[in-house]
Design a protein around this ligand. Structure first.
Ligand SMILES: [Zn+2]
Length: 316
């Protein structure tokens, strides 16, 4: 299953919400998700989702308020992969007294003939309700990419008044979403891992939040390991370059005065270096008996180098 549908599963299971928040959540779903579509020459007021728990939740919550206001049907589509799309049909709800009252209460007026949904301002007083409203909007028109691949959350709105309202409510929680137009949609999106974590926190998707944080930690560790490997490769290269230089001096000394004629401490280190060109100075130091520190080995290498360069100078 996708990360998006995991999040939706989780927040659909949330319970013990206050009535004010339940209502704000439903308003969030319907204000962002209702559309009018012509099907067989009839204009229908619909809410369409691929997510079964979302469809059940909207269906049962509307039923509580307007018992005859909604019908549900599932359709198999083959457009992408074979999957089911759930269609909630609200057509006729505007003709019912309690239906009309309900639509007004969430700031919506329907004109089916003109295929128009009119939106009035919908004010949310309490912060608890703003969270619920954002959650509703996400359930209806939101998606998050799999954090293994990339960090991206977006909500796709058909109405610019509603996208503006949604951004305003996100900003109440210090989120800074961006807006672009794609086809006939207003896309409100964020691309930072931290923004997505913050949003998941606001909509109470705490399991998804933890999963996301785990993935972020793993990704960070992987990057760190890569950086270390790069660093070690660079160090190894430095060691090898230095060693090649040392080997060339020692060879020169061997050809001119002979290694066996060097003072005993220099002779030892010169031999070890010739036999272990890939070893670092501290590794060479550990091969000596008694052991010698890195700086001790470095000191002897410098003496070897000086001997060699002095000889070269004399030969000039
Ligand atoms: Zn509330």
């Amino acid at each position: 299953m996708s990360f998006s549908s995991d999040i939706k599963d989780e927040v659909c299971r949330l319970q013990n919400e206050k009535p004010c928040c339940r209502f704000a959540e439903l308003a969030g779903i319907l204000r962002t998700g209702l559309i009018i579509r012509e099907i067989r020459k009839k204009n229908l007021l619909l809410f369409i989702t691929e997510h079964a728990p979302v469809s059940r939740m909207v269906y049962s919550r509307v039923k509580e308020i307007v018992p005859d206001g909604v019908e549900i049907s599932g359709e198999k589509t083959t457009r992408f992969k074979r999957h089911v799309v759930y269609r909630l049909n609200f057509s006729g709800i505007e003709d019912l007294d309690e239906g009309n009252k309900f639509l007004n209460s969430i700031g919506i007026n329907i004109n089916l003939q003109q295929q128009k949904i009119e939106y009035f301002e919908f004010k949310l007083q309490d912060r608890c309700c703003i969270r619920a409203y954002l959650r509703g909007g996400f359930l209806a028109v939101g998606s998050v990419s799999n954090p293994d691949k990339s960090y991206h959350i977006e909500m796709a709105f058909t109405n610019s008044k509603i996208s503006g309202e949604f951004i305003k409510y996100m900003e109440c929680y210090d989120l800074k979403p961006k807006l672009i137009q794609r086809k006939n949609y207003d896309i409100v999106y964020m691309k930072e891992g931290q923004d997505i974590v913050d949003f998941l926190n606001i909509i109470n998707a705490h399991n998804a939040l933890l999963e996301m944080e785990n993935i972020r930690i793993l990704k960070d560790m992987r990057n760190q390991v890569n950086r270390l490997v790069n660093c070690e490769t660079a160090n190894l290269e430095k060691t090898v370059n230095a060693s090649l230089k040392q080997v060339s001096y020692i060879k020169y000394l061997d050809d001119t005065v002979g290694i066996e004629n060097l003072p005993v401490n220099l002779r030892e280190i010169a031999r070890l270096r010739m036999e272990n060109p890939e070893a670092s100075l501290s590794e060479l130091g550990k091969m000596l008996n008694p052991k010698l520190s890195k700086s001790g080995v470095n000191h002897r290498m410098r003496r070897l180098q000086k001997l060699a360069t002095d000889l070269m100078d004399k030969e000039k």
